[in-house]
Design a protein. Structure first.
Length: 406
């Protein structure tokens, strides 16, 4: 694959925070452990606790935690690179790392008092979350009473807090906005609902709130944040000024990048010893047809990386400058997200065919990569057609009536 960066492999920055390359190296150092426990994660439908502990000790859940709590306050690009590096070994573990880091970043949008409750009490806190307002909320003195269910809470088994979407209402019960309630895991019930064929170990179950009290400091109106409120606050770290709506989408392709790379490297590693049934080729490497398939798959994986990393750099550069990206840039990030996912899924399909029917043996890692990638690519914020439509509308000046998450 094309070399996409030339950063040093180890070290820390001037604040003592690990560099991106160092964090990626830590993730890759865990590959043997992650691979060893991948089958258990699929069987138990959650990432093995041994892996969660190792990822925690490596600091890979601290990418978006504020520095004042011992976190790293990294960048969108770093979040993608680390997620990809974890996914090279296990897609489910990477999905949990991705979603926890994203939700941990969301805590920075709450008042400091709420942040203290989460990270001040536990610097290794892990936050899961669901944006959809699948609940009811009633304003009471000092806060809200919340009842509802939030499905597909990735990393639910390991979360210590969760953020859940709620409808904000006035005294007459009319919906006036969309809020995000920050709730400790101890106040919630977990319903074991995650029975799927891909990303099985992500543990994306349902959290249930039954008339839970959420104080005012643990609830925010998310739509102004989505619209760029605070993007120009230079007293806040750039990561917390990043345009949130496109980040919601882009963060989810980090695991895809690693899955595509892992599939490509595996097929290449077997090509010099694996033959092609029914032909005179004693090895796949001899076949021009196979060579063309490998070249096409590699090109698609490279393309996914290039689009995703450009999108991340766009968001990081705007945040560093205290600017909210314009509509076309935000829509292009969504388009790049969909295209990256599309490129990876196409690459994996080509690699499955190139490698042959043995790709689908239970002992073959390709079938798990295929299932994980195919499942992740169908997340509501990722599908290419939706994201391409948003980009096309923005380029043509056509009103976006599709989604407010832009």
């Amino acid at each position: 694959m094309t070399a996409l960066r030339t950063a040093p492999t180890t070290g820390t920055d001037t604040d003592g925070v690990p560099t991106t390359a160092e964090l990626v190296a830590r993730a890759r150092a865990l590959h043997p452990l992650l691979k060893k426990n991948a089958a258990e994660g699929e069987r138990e439908r959650r990432v093995a606790q041994e892996c969660i502990q190792a990822l925690t000790e490596a600091g890979l859940f601290k990418l978006a935690v504020p520095k004042r709590y011992g976190g790293y306050e990294t960048s969108v690009r770093t979040m993608l690179e680390v997620s990809a590096a974890v996914a090279e070994a296990d897609g489910g573990a990477a999905w949990v790392v991705t979603l926890v880091n994203f939700c941990n970043r969301g805590v920075a949008d709450y008042p400091v008092q709420a942040q203290d409750e989460v990270f001040g009490a536990d610097p290794d806190a892990k936050v899961s979350g669901v944006f959809a307002p699948t609940s009811t909320a009633r304003k009471v003195d000092g806060g809200w009473r919340v009842t509802g269910k939030w499905f597909y809470n990735s990393g639910s088994w390991h979360a210590t807090w969760t953020v859940g979407g709620i409808p904000l209402t006035d005294e007459a019960g009319n919906v006036t906005g969309r809020g995000m309630a920050l709730i400790p895991r101890s106040d919630l019930k977990l319903e074991d609902t995650w029975f799927v064929v891909g990303m099985r170990s992500s543990g994306s179950n349902c959290f249930i709130a039954e008339d839970v009290f959420v104080p005012d400091d643990r609830l925010i109106n998310i739509m102004p944040v989505m619209a760029g409120a605070g993007a120009d606050d230079l007293d806040v770290a750039p990561l917390y000024r990043t345009a949130l709506a496109p980040l919601v989408s882009l963060a989810l392709v980090g695991p895809q990048l690693g899955l595509g790379k892992a599939a490509l490297e595996y097929v290449i590693s077997k090509a010099a010893t694996k033959g092609i049934s029914g032909t005179s080729f004693t090895t796949q490497s001899e076949s021009v047809g196979f060579q063309l398939q490998i070249a096409e798959a590699a090109r698609l994986v490279d393309t996914a990386h290039l689009h995703a990393y450009r999108a991340a750099d766009d968001l990081d550069e705007a945040a560093a400058a205290g600017e909210f990206p314009d509509l076309v840039t935000r829509a292009r990030v969504r388009s790049s997200t969909g295209y990256a996912a599309e490129c990876v899924t196409k690459a994996i399909d080509i690699l499955l065919s190139a490698h042959g029917a043995s790709s689908f043996a239970e002992v073959n890692p390709l079938q798990k990569i295929w299932r994980d990638s195919a499942t992740a690519a169908r997340h509501a914020a990722v599908p290419p057609q939706l994201n391409y439509e948003l980009y096309g509308k923005s380029l043509l000046g056509v009103e976006n009536t599709v989604t407010p998450i832009l």
